[in-house]
Ligand binder design. Structure first.
Ligand SMILES: [Mg+2]
Length: 449
């Protein structure tokens, strides 16, 4: 592009011009509905892999091909809040609470018995200043007194760190849909405390969880999104452009989503158009990830256009057909797609990874061999004490390829910084393989009350 006689200054200047022009073009292409939702500092570039080498591209649907506006969290919050009142006999006064955007971020822990929301780091230390009861912060001294310090024993941690032997004392919220759940929990706690109501926090937790689950399970959210799709889904042009480009380049593509067919169909019609299924060689809905990756017992099942489940045995995964459930082992066998030529894009650090759930440990001990490359858009940052007693922040990218390799960058830091907070909004995935980069900001709540 530049003559070799150009001075290095000219080259630098030229490169900056190209950079700024490209940046502006990118910014201009972001629809207004999504403006302010992408923080450029949270984008992580992966230089470890050449997309030219990838022949088969897989995609998750929610928050990967379909990017939702913040309206969705408000919708989930409102439906769940109203379900609590209508079906769990919660006080009518709860209706005064509105969803508070930015109140919570993904990755927080909730102490079910004590009704406290907080950030706990990878060493299981409570981050002082992040502990909230209802909608208000709890003073540090009180936290230290309650927990006898700030360290939470491993056996009190649940899910990701292994099942708690004392029951689910501390629940970590990892799912994108958990933002309205955490906010609702905090609002209901706030209501009961403000009205001096004697209540059992464990019941409250279970009821809120059930209400949030029903928003999905009963299809209420799906129907609401389908009815008003351009209010809830954005970024359609960009997903479409990526898929079209891959198709034109002769790449094979597949879709593996946990969402039901009609919901995905409605969204993909909006994003790509009626012919969206022509783009994909294999379409799998209601895959039940992360079980999909580990549980061999569930066979694929064909679903008709109208959602009828067929009972015939599946001998191959055909283009133009829709399959439900299945598992990774069958997928590999039926497609023959394996190895580093396959790349799967998802947004969830656990459910879109072949190593998932309880097996996924901070040390990435993985004894299973996986033949599919899995990429999530979440970057997993792990803090640990290095031998020199300094805190090292390792930013693991979640590239998994047979031997489960992890690449990381290191930076030295003398202080412990938060690590497992997952920001919620910017995890749009495209072939750019952009990832969430965890900030070292310890602020987890905006106290808007
Ligand atoms: Mg997803």
């Amino acid at each position: 592009m530049y003559a070799s006689s150009s001075s290095s200054e000219d080259i630098t200047k030229g490169l900056w011009t190209v950079y700024n022009e490209t940046k502006k073009k990118t910014e201009d292409s972001i629809p207004a509905i999504c403006k302010n939702s992408v923080n450029p500092d949270t984008i992580f570039a992966n230089n470890e892999m050449s997309l030219g080498d990838i022949e088969i591209y897989g995609f998750d649907y929610d928050y990967t091909l379909a990017f939702y506006s913040n309206q969705l969290h408000t919708l989930i919050f409102n439906i769940a809040r109203d379900l609590l009142i209508a079906e769990h006999n919660y006080p009518e006064g709860l209706r005064d609470y509105e969803y508070v955007p930015d109140f919570a971020v993904r990755g927080l822990h909730y102490d079910v018995q004590k009704a406290l929301l907080m950030k706990i780091d990878a060493f299981h230390y409570i981050q002082l200043g992040t502990v909230y009861r209802g909608l208000h912060p709890v003073p540090d001294e009180e936290v230290i007194a309650m927990y006898d310090g700030i360290h939470v024993p491993l056996e009190n941690m649940s899910d990701f760190y292994g099942k708690s032997s004392h029951g689910h004392t501390l629940k970590q919220f990892m799912d994108i849909f958990s933002l309205p759940e955490m906010t609702l929990l905090s609002c209901v706690n706030d209501f009961f405390m403000r009205h001096n109501i004697d209540y059992e926090p464990v019941h409250l937790y279970k009821d809120v969880k059930a209400a949030i689950r029903d928003v999905h399970v009963k299809g209420i959210m799906y129907r609401a999104v389908e009815a008003d799709i351009d209010r809830y889904i954005c970024y359609g042009e960009q997903s479409h452009a990526v898929l079209k480009k891959l198709k034109e380049d002769g790449k094979k593509m597949f879709l593996i989503t946990n969402s039901p067919l009609d919901f995905v169909d409605r969204g993909m019609n909006f994003i790509v158009g009626k012919a969206w299924r022509d783009l994909f060689d294999v379409v799998i809905v209601q895959a039940d990830k992360p079980g999909f990756f580990n549980d061999r017992r569930k066979p694929f099942r064909r679903v008709t256009e109208t959602g009828v489940l067929l009972w015939d045995r599946i001998h191959k995964l055909e283009k133009g057909q829709i399959y439900k459930q299945g598992n990774l082992y069958e997928f590999l066998r039926l497609t023959g797609w394996r190895g580093s030529k396959v790349l799967y894009f998802g947004d969830h650090i656990y459910s879109d990874l072949a190593v998932s759930g309880n097996k996924h440990t901070a040390t990435h001990n993985n004894t299973e061999s996986h033949t599919t490359t899995i990429i999530t858009t979440q970057q997993h940052t792990i803090t640990h004490n290095s031998s020199d007693n300094k805190t090292t922040v390792q930013q693991y990218t979640t590239t998994h390829n047979n031997t489960h390799t992890t690449t990381h960058t290191k930076k030295q830091n003398n202080t412990q910084q938060h690590t497992t907070t997952h920001n919620n909004r910017d995890n749009k995935t495209t072939t750019h393989i952009t990832r969430q980069q965890h900030t070292t900001n310890t602020k987890t709540h905006d106290n808007t009350n």
